[in-house]
Ligand binder design. Structure first.
Ligand code: ATP
Ligand code: MG
Length: 337
């Protein structure tokens, strides 16, 4: 097919997949433009991995259809397999082999000759900053190194579509940044990336378009900007000098802005949306007025900012529950292993 970089990499309509009484996919629709990073964003159990497994032909759907570069995932599964690669949430390299040995072995399995496999392994190890760790057993890799070698393994043969299932869950910020750089490089090479994530900022950073998935279906879709715009012009973030004044500040803000006020994890902080559809005042005017009313009530504001709503706020607005509970944010590396 000629549509490696044009048209749709994925076209799924009404996908259904149940496990017993759990409808993991409940009518999922997805259209992924080729040549881009597409984010599938959702909380634990939303159906992200199930969707990826169906699209990668590892799991048959109970209903609906899906095509990858025009090939039906059930009827033309072989054609689909020849174009895709998957870095799973639970990707399996041989733990007892070194990084280099794993890549050479996989390269050989993919049909590369001995020399070509070694060259490709060396090239990938260097590109992913793993040259020094090349001779170490994979089971001794850190979480970040492990994610990088997983991705390296999945692009040995430069797939047209790469599935990355939560590639950065549980990683520290530095390792996440390394993985993000790799994702950008992979896309620059012409591979389409379908990335699942629970991290709203990750989708925001990487993805051209995002599908927000909850309970096995897409509840919103668009560019990060469109998703943010759909819930209002922006939000005002306020930090009080005295956390004890927060209940009073919440009342003043709610009355002034006419919207619910969110209490942040920081006991001195509050957030509220401004510039909602249907209000005639500009976001800045609304925020300025609200600040004036806080001052008039004797509430001291230490810090204040007016910005676009975060995808976290988008998620809350769409689902009535936060995307990721705050206490699960900084999982230890082990939790992701
Ligand atoms: N093999 C299975 N057997 C039984 N239930 C399953 C199986 N795979 C998934 N499920 C259920 O289907 C639902 C969707 O699971 P899935 O793994 O697709 O979610 P997810 O969005 O990938 O979540 P996470 O962010 O935790 O990885 C969940 O309720 C899950 O328990
Ligand atoms: Mg998953």
């Amino acid at each position: 097919m000629s549509n490696r970089n044009t048209g749709l990499a994925v076209e799924a309509e009404g996908l259904v997949r149940s496990f017993g009484s759990t409808r993991a996919l409940d009518g999922l629709d997805l259209r992924v433009p080729a040549g881009t990073v597409y984010g599938v964003l959702g909380p634990n159990g939303a159906g992200k991995t199930t969707a990826v497994r169906v699209l990668a032909t590892l799991l048959r759907p109970d209903g609906g259809t899906a095509r990858v570069f025009g090939h039906d995932v059930v009827r033309d599964a072989d054609a689909v397999r020849s174009r895709v690669s998957l870095t799973g949430q639970y990707a399996s390299l041989d733990e007892d082999l070194t990084g280099a040995e794993n890549l050479v072995l996989l390269g050989r399995l993919l049909g590369l000759g001995r020399v070509a496999a070694r060259d490709r392994a060396e090239q990938l190890l260097a590109a992913f900053g793993l040259t020094e760790a090349a001779g170490r057993q994979v089971k001794k890799y850190s979480g970040g190194m492990r994610r990088r070698i997983d991705i390296a393994a999945s692009i040995l043969n430069t797939p047209d579509l790469l599935f990355l299932d939560e590639p950065t869950t549980g990683l520290d910020p530095r390792s996440r940044n390394q993985v993000w750089a790799i994702v950008r490089a992979v896309v620059a090479y012409g591979t389409t990336v379908l990335l699942t994530t629970q991290y709203l900022d990750e989708a925001d950073q990487l993805a051209g378009r995002i599908a927000v998935v909850d309970h096995g279906r897409v509840i919103a879709e668009g560019t990060p900007g469109e998703l943010k715009a759909s819930i209002g012009a922006g939000s005002v973030h306020i930090r009080l000098r005295d956390p004890e004044q927060r209940p009073q500040a919440e009342q003043v803000l709610r009355a002034s802005l006419g919207v619910p006020v969110q209490l942040a994890a920081d006991p001195a902080a509050l957030t509220a949306r401004v510039g909602e559809h249907g209000t005639d005042l500009e976001a800045g005017t609304q925020a300025a007025r609200a600040l004036g009313e806080l001052a008039a009530a004797g509430i001291v504001v230490d810090d204040f900012s007016l910005g676009q709503p975060s995808l976290d706020e988008v998620f809350l607005a769409l689902t009535d529950h936060p995307a990721v509970p705050a206490d699960e944010r900084d999982d230890e590396l082990e939790a992701a292993r």
